[in-house]
Design a protein around this ligand. Structure first.
Ligand code: NAD
Length: 283
């Protein structure tokens, strides 16, 4: 029997979108998001469709720029520079995955920090480090919103993050430190050293962003923990996270479903970052 309450991203996303609609209406012009899609990756295409639909419901102009699969890194950088120079564009997102040979983090360095709505430019990442971010990584921010929705006070809490990528684990650790959580970051080497289970077992808040179905065993979850599963895996034609959901839900106080947890929130936060970018550009 499941004891945990479900942490559903849609509930929080709907609240953010309601507020955003009002903020967008208050602007003189509809904010413009330029979305750059290189090639025809099916995952990126699906994500673009979701973004475009949500943008439309919020009164945001969504410009899709499709570049061919054989676009080089230099050509993509040139394209980004053109969008930087276009004063009608408020925010830029470069869709991932990019074709082989294009380094996503390098591309992010060329997006103007004030138009970087994914929060991946080194300046914006640096501001997260200093606790002064106006635009942070959408996924990391989505996790913070979900934790916030539980009403839990993170001060002094044992928080364990599994996954140390630039888009999730690292910025999330900084955002959690701002709340005075005690943060442990685990990664592949933690597993290789045989220490993943012991870290997970003492987590009062556990966030997993790896991309391996069943990596976190349900019986490792501390009783009453908050569990946020960011992982997305396809298993027997089903989408699942990284945590054994059924077993974990018997022990946790809160747990995200996958799908339906972090995913629906990231797009709402992307749109919120766009509106924030408009404000940054005015100052
Ligand atoms: P990544 O490949 O950049 O990073 C994976 C991390 O997992 C690394 O820190 C790596 O060291 C760690 N890792 C790998 N194997 C491990 C193991 N056996 N034990 C412990 N740690 C291990 O991945 P990413 O881009 O950060 O994405 C992680 C997951 O989150 C993926 O499933 C991705 O699809 C998902 N994701 C979801 C959303 C969302 O909106 N829900 C957004 C972005 C990414």
């Amino acid at each position: 029997m499941r004891l945990a309450k479900l942490l559903e991203g849609k509930v929080v996303a709907d609240k953010i979108k309601e507020t955003l609609k009002i903020s967008v209406q208050a602007l003189k012009h509809a904010p413009v998001m330029a979305s750059v899609l290189v090639g025809d990756n099916s995952g990126a295409l699906a994500y673009v469709k979701v973004q475009s639909k949500i943008a439309q419901t919020l009164g945001i102009t969504y410009q899709l720029h499709q570049l061919p699969q054989d676009t080089s890194e230099e050509e993509l950088i040139d394209f980004v520079l053109k969008l930087n120079a276009d004063s009608s564009v408020n925010g830029i997102i470069v869709q991932v995955p990019l074709p082989r040979g294009i380094d996503y983090m390098k591309i992010c360095e060329f997006i103007l920090p004030s138009k970087d709505i994914e929060g991946m430019h080194p300046t914006n990442i640096g501001k997260v480090l200093f606790g002064k971010a106006r635009i942070a990584s959408c996924t990391a921010d989505a996790v913070m919103e979900l934790l916030n929705s539980t009403g839990a006070d993170l001060y002094g809490k044992e928080v364990v993050i599994v996954g140390h990528s630039e888009i999730i684990g690292k910025p999330l650790a900084m955002l959690l430190l701002e709340k005075f959580a005690t943060v442990t970051i685990c990664h592949i080497a933690t597993s290789k050293a045989g220490k993943l289970e012991e870290h997970v077992r003492r987590a009062e808040v556990l966030i997993v962003a790896v991309g391996q179905a069943g990596l976190i065993k349900g019986d490792w979850i501390k009783e009453g923990a908050i569990v946020v599963d960011v992982g997305i895996n396809r298993l027997n034609d089903k989408i699942v996270g990284d945590v054994e959901f059924e077993q974990a839900a018997k022990r946790a106080a809160y747990i995200t479903p996958v799908p339906g947890g972090v995913g629906p929130l990231t797009v709402a936060i992307l749109m919120r970052n766009l509106v924030e970018a408009v404000k940054v550009q005015r100052t």
